[in-house]
Design a binder for this molecule. Structure first.
Ligand code: NAG
Ligand code: NAG
Length: 472
């Protein structure tokens, strides 16, 4: 199976290797602009009249698309998109899209739901748009995570990647994202015949890192109450933002503060907490703060980081409450609602693998650690791996071999029940242990990482050395 895939994948990857991720995205977008309509213009994203009466997960539209590497190189994999009905925070009906990638010789009783980290409140960063050939590549993280999707495809899994932030790019609200994931799984299950899946209840494992772990953690939390019929076999969440308040305080006034305005815009989206939150924000935001929010509403993650670099939400030049903003009752309630593990009903009922670096400089380790203890005290089965070196970005890669083997084990129903913890140093990375030739993919990831922070680029250099070692 893998051998069959190798030739076309290699061709695409060889082309890919000619590029480095550090090439200027602006050049790519100039070359490709205008080939694909963005979601505000593309009628596919508009739900048909009366869709509100459909059940969550109902299929509203379908199409085939040409997917790509970095928007530029056609990906020779079959790709479908489904517009499906899902649910807003207030319970009303909304719609969103999932993109399904199908390998040439797929396993027909299962699929992976991969929740890419788009980390942005702009609809133009939405994965279903970014994956298409000809889209300007503004969402660098989704482009890089496409390589992780390729690994799952090479293993024979159909992979679905839902736009879990919904129709108005609501970055941050866990309930919305969790329901978006679960309804995406329902939509894929409803589409089983077209995909060649054997039944309408295929086995599923859900996975995501960082922003994608907000979606994953909440989908795992809501699965028992919102979509108990889904045949989910396991969840993988790395670098998990378990506590939004904790994340906010941790990244405020750092190079990563740019995620804060994006989350404020996302939490205030109409499908999220707009009705209650927008009047509060309007009453406290300064002119300067408004500019920052307007910017975050139109940009993807990398631009967001540049736009609010080293700035503080608690600055009265941004909003008039200063440090008191976290005690403002509506804001405090929204943040508390988006902390995983607070409601005992939101406890995952199928095995979960979580991993997190102690030195993670974006998502605090301690919040994930607390969540694992909380879930375990309520009978969840969580395997938690602590990575003792590396930053946020490299940990996604370091944790990948274990994440992938957990996915495999979960599908086989062979994960251990109960909770366990272990600690790993970076030298445990051994891509060859997976029995696949992942080297070209890892090289690409390493290139991408060298653009990132100090912890990560040092780690990336170390990985390069390792990569040379394993490939000789
Ligand atoms: C979430 O983080 C905030 C800020 O660190 C903390 O005060 C709060 O207790 C945390 N909530 C939970 C449930 O751990
Ligand atoms: C990279 O390798 C060097 C030398 O082995 C080591 O001292 C350093 O801690 C490593 N860096 C990281 C981030 O693991």
């Amino acid at each position: 199976m893998v051998a069959l895939l190798k030739v076309p994948m290699r061709l695409a990857l060889l082309a890919l290797l000619g590029l480095t991720v550090t090439a200027r995205p602006a050049t790519w977008s100039l070359a490709t602009r205008g080939l694909v309509e963005d979601p505000t213009q593309d009628p596919f994203y508009q739900p048909p009249e009366g869709f509100e009466n459909e059940a969550p997960g109902a299929i509203l539209r379908t199409r085939n698309v040409i997917s790509s590497f970095f928007g530029l190189i056609p990906n020779p994999v079959e790709a479908h998109q489904i517009l499906y009905r899902t649910t807003a925070v207030d319970g009303s009906a909304i719609s969103t899209v999932t993109t399904i990638f199908k390998p040439w010789v797929p396993k027909t009783d299962r699929f992976v739901s991969f929740h890419t980290a788009y980390d942005s409140a702009s609809i133009n960063c939405t994965p279903s748009y970014q994956y298409q050939l000809g889209t300007p590549q503004t969402s660098l993280i989704a482009s890089v995570e496409m390589i992780i999707i390729e690994i799952y495809l090479a293993m024979g899994y159909i992979v679905a990647s839902p736009d879990y932030e919904g129709p108005d790019a609501a970055f941050g609200p866990g309930h919305l994202e969790g329901m978006g994931v679960l309804d995406g799984m329902r939509a894929v299950s409803n589409y089983h015949k077209k995909l060649g899946l054997d039944s309408a209840s295929p086995m599923i494992v859900g996975a995501g890192y960082s922003g994608g772990a907000i979606a994953t953690g909440w989908a795992a939390s809501l699965h028992p109450t919102y979509a108990p019929e889904l045949n989910v076999k396991g969840w993988v969440a790395g670098g998990t933002p378990a506590n939004l308040t904790g994340t906010l305080v941790f990244i405020d006034d750092t190079p990563f503060s740019g995620f804060i305005p994006a989350a404020i815009v996302g939490l205030s989206a109409p499908s999220a907490y707009g009705a209650e939150l927008t009047p509060v924000i309007d009453s406290i935001i300064t002119e300067n703060g408004r500019e920052k929010l307007d910017f975050a509403a139109t940009q993807c993650a990398v631009a967001d980081l540049v736009g609010f670099f080293d700035q503080s939400l608690f600055d009265t030049d941004i909003q008039t409450l200063g440090a008191g903003i976290l005690q403002e009752p509506t804001i405090a309630k929204v943040l508390a609602d988006n902390t995983m593990g607070v409601d005992p009903n939101d406890t995952p009922t199928v095995p979960m693998f979580m991993y997190h670096a102690t030195q993670d400089e974006i998502i605090p380790y301690s919040d994930a650690d607390v969540l694992v203890d909380t879930w375990c005290s309520r009978g969840a089965s969580v395997k938690f791996t602590t990575l003792e070196a590396g930053g946020h970005a490299t940990s996604e890669i370091i944790g990948l071999p274990d994440a992938i083997s957990f996915v495999k084990t979960a599908f086989e129903g062979k994960t251990e029940s109960g909770c366990s913890r272990d600690s790993k140093l970076t030298d445990s990375l051994n891509p060859l242990a997976l029995g696949l030739n992942l080297e070209p993919l890892l090289v690409q990831l390493v290139h991408a990482l060298t653009m990132l922070g100090d912890q990560d680029s040092e780690m990336a250099q170390n990985l390069s050395v390792l990569d040379k070692t394993v490939s000789t």
